[in-house]
Ligand binder design. Structure first.
Ligand SMILES: [Zn+2]
Ligand SMILES: [Zn+2]
Length: 309
């Protein structure tokens, strides 16, 4: 069963960790190397035992710890070809780059990783779905608006870790930020509001959905109580009141939790619905090899064209 913990989340830095047995994947590395190590140790993870780092995009709040963190550890870093090209300019350490194309899948040890394009003001931003036989975790951070592709890719996940950046009224009333910054946050390549995240969840919620972790909350234009209440209200409206909702914090790690309920998995197996596994990436070729060889690439099941939602 996959287990997810969040080391920290917010505009000051984002990083989470996903485990399956001895496989440990860092999702973004936007905290200082010192904080990454401290918080991993707090969660009982030896920083030297990570299997790799995957990056959603190149912004500093998702990548600032990579250089120092990888100086002592020759870790593979998985990012799209364009994101790799930008991040490697800032990194002096000997990183083992594993570029992939947005939309392709790859595997890190026993965890299958699917990627998909998202709209954000970065060079080639992506979201992820991580899968093992028993569970799936969707990760969506820094997204200006929800596309049909995002819904298709995240529908049916057991755990969703998604940004819920701002409350629209609080952002409008905010006096700290200049108008241009507010526009950047709320435009179609900025960040998701609580209401936009609620709309996304309305579309992707299924009986498998067990847990939602909200992240990247604005420190001035959102609160954990507000974000959670908007999402819980939507879940109750749609008959998914049992789904757990919590917010990741910028300073304190959110401990490991299993991605799915055991009974959800058991009932899923007994129902024998093959559609549940139809999207599992079967490719086990390394990302670098997959991106270099069309014959080895995972077939593109979904078009990368974005439709406005
Ligand atoms: Zn960010
Ligand atoms: Zn960003």
């Amino acid at each position: 069963m996959l287990k997810l913990a969040v080391l920290g989340s917010g505009s000051s830095g984002n990083s989470a960790v996903l485990c399956l047995g001895d496989t440990r994947i860092l999702i973004d590395a936007g905290l200082s190397a010192k904080q990454l190590c401290l918080r991993l140790e707090l969660l009982g993870i030896d920083p030297d035992t990570l299997s790799g780092i995957v990056l959603t995009h190149e912004h500093g709040d998702h990548t600032r710890g990579i250089d120092v963190f990888t100086r002592k550890r020759k870790l593979p870093v998985y990012a799209t070809t364009h994101t790799c090209a930008l991040v490697r300019e800032q990194v002096k350490s000997e990183v083992v780059w594993r570029p992939f194309e947005a939309g392709n899948g790859f595997a890190i040890e026993g965890i299958k990783v699917e990627s998909f394009s998202v709209p954000h003001d970065a060079v080639d931003p992506v979201g992820f779905v991580f899968r093992c036989e028993r569970s799936s975790v969707g990760v969506l951070s820094d997204v200006g608006h929800v596309t049909r592709m995002i819904i298709e890719r995240l529908r049916g996940v057991d755990t969703l870790f998604t940004e819920s950046n701002y409350d629209e009224v609080m952002l409008q009333n905010d006096t700290k930020r200049p108008w241009a910054t507010k526009q950047r946050i709320s435009n179609r390549h900025g960040h998701l509001s609580n209401d936009q995240t609620a709309d996304l969840i309305e579309h992707i919620a299924s009986p498998s959905l067990t847990r939602i972790v909200l992240g990247h909350l604005s420190s001035d234009c959102n609160t954990a109580d507000l974000a959670c209440s908007v999402i819980r209200r939507k879940l109750e409206e749609k008959g998914f009141a049992a789904v757990e909702v919590e917010c990741a914090d910028r300073s304190d790690p959110l401990p490991f939790r299993a991605a799915a309920r055991t009974e959800t998995y058991e009932s899923r197996i007994s129902e024998e619905k093959p559609a549940k596994t139809a999207r599992v990436c079967e490719s086990t070729v390394p990302a670098a090899a997959a991106s270099q060889s069309n014959s080895n690439s995972e077939p593109r099941e979904w078009s990368q064209t974005e439709w406005a939602f």
